[in-house]
Design a protein around this ligand. Sequence first.
Ligand code: K1U
Ligand code: ZN
Length: 172
Amino acid sequence: MPIRPLVVLPDPRLRLKSEPVGAVSDEIRTLAQDMLDTMYDAPGVGLAAIQIGMPKRVITMDVSKSETERNPLVLINPEVVWASEETRVYEEGCLSIPEYYEEVERPERVRFRYTTLDGETVEADADGLMATCVQHEIDHLNGVLFIDHLSKLKRDRVTKKFAKAAKREGAG
Ligand code: K1U
Ligand code: ZN
């Protein structure tokens, strides 16, 4: 299955609001498989479709600790339906902002609803890395990046660094 190139900051596609998926078609099944392959190859624990240039509300995740046993998840049209008042801080990374990590505060636990590849609507509860990851990925579907949760100073610094690198590569 093809590994797709990752969309990286400052690509404006990362700021798009992704479109809801209607019926689960073969096109969506292929997209989900390509996303899983791309996520495992990166490697990452999550991926949103826009990170491979597809503005559709699809995310993949695998937060299992084991390197030998995979637990792939495909979430279509995911939404948070409840979030705890308690928060936790976790050092996040993003495949679209390579090699940059910062602590982000988010709700500690969430309940989320999504459609499966079988077209079933389900709800699930998450805590720990799973809760952090599903919120990070749903943010991507709304054009929000984890750096938007940081101070303006930090956000501006990293944005400028990636803009400069892109300009150098373009000139190169
Ligand atoms: O959406 C993305 O950019 C993927 C991102 C998801 C994420 C990471 C950490 C906290 C919240 C969301 C990543 O997967 S970055 C890579 C990463 O965290 C990782 C890579 C290999 C092993 C373990 C973690
Ligand atoms: Zn990300």
